[in-house]
Each structure stands twice: as C-alpha cells, then as structure tokens.
Design a protein. Structure first.
Length: 307
C-alpha cells in the first residue's frame, strides 16, 4: 500500500445529490496541496448522485456499489480502498463542517483514534431519542464511563485499527457505535473533539420502526460482542444469592425441607454465569479471527506495493 497520503477522507453517499457538490467543493478547497485522499463511495444512488460525482472524478476517487449495501458497507469499501495511514469518515449530507477536519488530523499525531462530539441533540430527530437513550446506557455500562457521543459519523483513526475490526463491523448505521466500542474496549488511545453540526440536506434514509428494532438488537449485540461476562455475572450472582438466602430461611424455619423456588433460582444463576462465560469466549475468538484476517490484507497490500 502506498503511503503517499497522510489521511484518506472516506465519504459514504446514498442519494445525496443535494448536498454532495457543496461537501466536495469544501473538502477540495480545504485540502489544497495537503496529502489528503478523498474517496466517495456511492452506495447505489438512484437520485442523480452518480451524475453529480462525474464532475469530480479528476479530483476525487469515486467507488460505486451497483446496489445499496448500507452505510457500514460503504465505509468498509472506503477503508479497504484507502492508501493512507489514517482514515477520516465524513458524511455526505451536509451536516458536517470541513473546517473541523484540521483539529482531527492534528490530534491523530498524538492519538490512534479521534471521535467527534456533536452539540446536545444536534442532528437527532425526536423519534429516535428514546432508542439512542437506551443505546447510550448500554454503551456507558460496557465502557464503564460516560461517553459523550456514541454514534457521530465524523471520526478518524489509524487504518490498520479499522482493518482489524473489519469482520466485526455491521453493514448498516450501527457501524459507528460498534467501531467506537471496539476502540474503547481494545485500549487504543483516543480522544473526543467537539464539532459543528448543521441541518442535513435531502431526505434521511433512516426508517423509524425497523431501525428502532435494529437499535435494540444492536444493544444486545454490543453486550455479547464486547463484554458478555460483565453483563451476565451480576444477575447470575444475584440469582444465586437470592436462592441461597431463601433456602437458608426455609432450613431455619421449616427444618430440612428443600424449596423448589430456591433451587430454580440457584440453577438459573449457575446457567446464566456459564452462558456469560461461553459468550465471553466466543467474543474473544471472533475478535482474534478478525485481527488475524487483517494480517492477510496487510500481506496482500505489501505484495502489491512491491510490484
């Protein structure tokens, strides 16, 4: 892989004809003579985005999906195509401000990953706030700290880190939250920086009902992927203690009678504990496999760059 670029700006775009020209004009102007690569992944747009991008092919690298594959899939394509040490994700809907990029690039000199913090409530429709609140609580629990913004699409980091998690990342909007939790749980160095957030142009592709269910499933997926033992040990110990205390009371008050309820509680706790233990081993194995797969990509890229 060529190292001629310091940063690759990856822009996933799906039916963003209204905002794309303005976004690209600002990025090209900001780039100037700096060693930044701009990659737009057109995720099967049908609104004229393809035609709009045709005017930028001499200054921007355009990759097209023949069908709509999802926000996360577009970012994965951009990560794999990037020829820079660092990648920066920038949405195509006009919400982000190009002037926020230089502080992120500067922070990458000290940190391995940089995440953005939007102003409170910015860019989040009211109907999505309950789902985000639940997801926020789950992420705070897993990270054991308060996370200022769990799913802002504006972020940057070492390409090699994203390559290591590539097989674990989903194809949809949950890419952002999953990649954040991976970085935090893997002990990479990171920092949160504030950004501006404008009203998006065009129509959002988020679907309230289906994406609401996906949010709940994502919360469960994050638990099972990043810290199932932490999630299950507490309830397991609680059930075992309740069953033990109840059975002790029965012994004290009714001599040596065995209470069915106490046995059920104790056994449920034991099963829940082993379920968490099994989930923890599976999660560790998945992360190890994903990390090993990235080595094959690195080796292939080394061979291609040496030709």
């Amino acid at each position: 892989m060529s190292k001629e670029y310091a940063v690759a700006i990856v822009i996933p775009a799906y039916n963003e004809q209204a905002a794309l020209p303005g976004v690209l004009d600002n990025l090209i102007k900001l780039r100037g003579s700096q060693a930044w690569e701009i990659i737009v992944v057109d995720d099967g747009s049908t609104d004229g985005s393809r035609e709009a991008l045709a005017a930028y092919t001499d200054r921007v690298r355009v990759i097209r999906h023949e069908s709509n594959r999802g926000y996360g899939a577009s970012l994965k394509t951009g990560i794999q195509a990037a020829r820079a040490e660092n990648v920066l994700f920038f949405d195509a809907d006009g919400q982000h401000d190009a002037s926020d990029i230089p502080p992120f690039v500067e922070a990458l000199k000290q940190y391995e990953c940089v995440f953005s913090v939007r102003t409170k409530g910015a860019g989040i429709p009211a109907v999505r706030k309950p789902g985000k609140w639940i997801l926020q609580k789950v992420c705070n629990f897993l990270a054991d700290q308060n996370i200022p913004d769990i799913n802002s699409g504006f972020r940057a980091g070492r390409r090699r880190i994203f390559m290591r998690m590539l097989d674990l990342l989903p194809e949809g909007f949950s890419f952002s939250t999953t990649s954040l939790m991976y970085v935090m749980k893997s002990r990479y160095s990171y920092v949160f920086l504030p950004i501006q957030c404008h009203t998006r142009l065009g129509t959002s592709s988020v679907r309230i009902l289906s994406d609401g269910m996906k949010t709940l499933m994502l919360a469960l997926r994050l638990i099972m992927l990043f810290d199932p033992l932490r999630a299950f040990v507490g309830p397991a110990i609680g059930l075992i203690l309740v069953g033990t205390v109840y059975q002790t009371y029965i012994f004290a008050s009714e001599h040596w009678r065995i209470a069915g309820g106490s046995i059920v509680a104790i056994l449920s706790g034991v099963i829940l504990f082993h379920f968490g233990l099994l989930g923890d081993q599976v999660a560790s194995l998945r992360k190890e496999i994903s990390s090993h797969n990235s080595l094959f990509w690195e080796e292939q890229e080394r061979r291609e760059s040496s030709k």
